[in-house]
Design a protein around this ligand. Structure first.
Ligand code: ATP
Ligand code: MG
Length: 412
């Protein structure tokens, strides 16, 4: 039989894989909650403009990587490629601007038409946080500290480097952009096709190129730091000061950029060498221009998004699906008598399974396979005596007990 395929870059998550994803997500939500970030859920698809307006015509995720479609009413919709635009849109719609600051966390699937490889999928999951309404660099420090604690909770900090940069304010960036374009023009013939395309629409993104030839050219490019005005310079210094106070180690990476137009000032990434070229596990920055691009008032914001799949690849944890107790009847008719027993056990919080089919020996083989700790055995003799045979499957010890006694033992 021909197997039905899944779409390229869109994977099933079997229990043993989902187990690691859940560890990552739970750790992220837990620490976010402690930092007073409340969970929010936003739609998986929205009118395209929610993403095209702020992300602009120059960003990869809108121009090349989008999943865009028309529904039956000819509305143009997009599967969300990222979470920030949707969260800020929801925040504006709800009128929360009256009540600042607001702190949100979210998690869920994102969709980008990319070339699938390890750590790069077309449907993938992100967990992110957004802090809205604070222009102070304290908020930048706070979200980075939150990201740092998240990775610490996952026990992977020793494999992670924090890289930060400043993109400056609008004026600083404009001056830098002009000088960068000037510099890159001299190398036009050597730039990769992608970078050449970006030279006119999004030159800063060229700094992010993974192409080797591009990398060589970028090495000697002017640095944004030389173009930061006093305000922007003070800001990044304040951010560094905060990180120092928290004992969080970081590297300044002058080529670190965010590919989107609304980012300014702080940009940062937590990266690892463990995942090959897909090494960024958590990335974020300040996006003071976003709210206005969505038609709202000026609201400063800063946040990050982490790739769940990439983090799950780094987490060490074995999926063990052990079961507390199995229920085994001597014949199939006894299964009916076992049903209310299982129900009672489950109500008591005891993980249980009735093994319905097979002879005794087959049933105990399954009990072994699913790593059951105990068995409750019901035969004719036990029914007559109104008890159960309770067997410790590790030691082999058996005794006759009633249900209450069994529950007491299992709960101990
Ligand atoms: P990259 O440079 O790897 O393409 P990006 O700048 O597109 O990353 P962001 O939009 O900042 O990534 O997303 C934040 C995080 O989400 C990334 O650091 C990464 O961990 C994860 N991520 C992004 N795209 C994918 C993808 N296609 N598959 C799996 N994870 C992804
Ligand atoms: Mg990308």
């Amino acid at each position: 039989m021909r197997k039905l395929r899944t779409v390229r870059g869109v994977n099933d998550l079997l229990p043993y894989e989902l187990h690691k994803h859940n560890i990552v997500v739970n750790a992220g939500l837990e620490i976010s909650e402690k930092y007073n970030y409340s969970q929010i859920e936003i739609p998986i698809f929205e009118f395209s403009e929610v993403f095209t307006k702020p992300l602009g015509k120059s960003s990869d995720i809108v121009t090349k990587e989008n999943y865009i479609f028309k529904d039956r009413s000819e509305d143009e919709l997009m599967l969300r490629p990222e979470g920030t635009s949707g969260v800020v849109r929801a925040f504006l719609n709800a009128g929360l601007i009256q009540d600042l600051p607001q702190r949100f966390s979210y998690n869920g699937p994102m969709f980008r038409y990319e070339r699938p490889q390890k750590g790069r999928l077309r449907q993938f999951k992100q967990l992110g946080v957004e802090c809205l309404g604070l222009s102070s660099p304290m908020a930048d420090i706070e979200v980075m500290s939150l990201g740092h604690d998240f990775l610490d909770k996952l026990n992977i900090l020793d494999k992670i480097t924090l890289k930060i940069n400043s993109l400056g304010d609008f004026d600083s960036r404009k001056n830098y952009r002009d000088s960068l374009v000037n510099y890159l023009r001299d190398y036009q013939s050597k730039l990769s096709k992608d970078s050449l395309r970006r030279l006119s629409i999004n030159p800063l993104r060229i700094l992010d190129s993974k192409n080797e030839e591009d990398q060589k050219i970028i090495q000697n490019a002017p640095s944004i730091f030389e173009y930061l005005n006093i305000d922007s310079k003070t800001r990044i210094e304040d951010v560094c000061k905060g990180l120092d106070h928290l004992n969080i180690k970081y590297q300044i990476d002058k080529n670190l950029v965010r590919g989107l137009d609304y980012y300014c000032h702080t940009a940062f990434e937590f990266t690892t060498n463990e995942l090959g070229t897909q090494g960024t596990v958590l990335a974020g920055g300040r996006y003071d221009g976003l709210s206005k691009m969505l038609g709202g008032p000026d609201v400063p914001g800063v946040g990050w998004a982490a790739g769940i799949e990439r983090l799950a690849l780094m987490v060490q944890s074995e999926f063990v699906n052990a079961i507390d107790v199995v229920l085994v009847g001597q014949c199939e008719n006894f299964n009916y008598l076992l049903l209310p027993i299982m129900k009672k056990l489950i109500q008591e919080g005891i993980k249980s399974e009735i093994i319905y089919t097979g002879n005794f020996s087959k049933k105990f083989k399954r009990a072994n396979k699913i790593k059951a700790s105990y068995a409750i055995i019901l035969g004719k003799e036990e029914i007559d005596k109104k008890v159960f045979k309770f067997k410790d499957l590790t030691s082999g010890f058996e005794e006759l007990l009633n249900l209450n006694q069994i529950i007491k033992k299992l709960k101990n």
